[in-house]
Design a protein around this ligand. Sequence first.
Ligand SMILES: CC(C)(COP(=O)(O)OP(=O)(O)OC[C@H]1O[C@@H](n2cnc3c(N)ncnc32)[C@H](O)[C@@H]1OP(=O)(O)O)[C@@H](O)C(=O)NCCC(=O)NCCSC(=O)c1ccc(O)cc1
Length: 138
Amino acid sequence: MPLINRKDVFIEWGDCDPAGIVYYPRYFVMFDNATVALFAAAGLKKHEMVKTYDMVGYPMVDTGARFILPSKWGETITIESHVSEWKRSSFDIKHRVLKGDDLAIEAWETRVWVGRHPDDPERIKSFPIPEDVKARFA
Ligand SMILES: CC(C)(COP(=O)(O)OP(=O)(O)OC[C@H]1O[C@@H](n2cnc3c(N)ncnc32)[C@H](O)[C@@H]1OP(=O)(O)O)[C@@H](O)C(=O)NCCC(=O)NCCSC(=O)c1ccc(O)cc1
């Protein structure tokens, strides 16, 4: 069973469109926060991780979502996140948004573990994900 992080998110007024439901780009901000929270739950705080592993970050290369139920101001949703697959330098994350027991959204991301390019520090380049990083999510 992989590490699953659960994050409760209160839906703010500013998250919503004039119809009173969450405007979809706001969810992608919430998913990014959920990924950062998943790494923190694995003991990998972003500002420490970049120093410990001499890396730059884990930029997004693919993402998407399937929206099933809308959410409104004043509601609290729960985002469940886990790493669904590790590859060489890339990895997949799945987010499930729950309203009580009901599935409201399924979302996915592919991110890449990157550091500075050895020939040009202005550029980033993929690097193999350290084994001890992967082990923290088991
Ligand atoms: C990430 C990259 C530097 C990787 O390039 P390279 O170093 O040449 O590596 P590769 O092309 O070999 O790709 C590396 C891996 O990614 C995989 N990859 C690359 N593109 C894709 C896409 N589109 N889909 C799926 N997988 C992909 C590829 O298959 C390789 O997989 P592995 O076998 O696991 O190694 C380059 O693809 C890139 O710059 N892409 C654009 C990234 C971007 O602009 N993202 C959006 C904004 S950044 C962002 O959101 C962010 C979030 C968090 C942060 O900490 C930092 C930034």
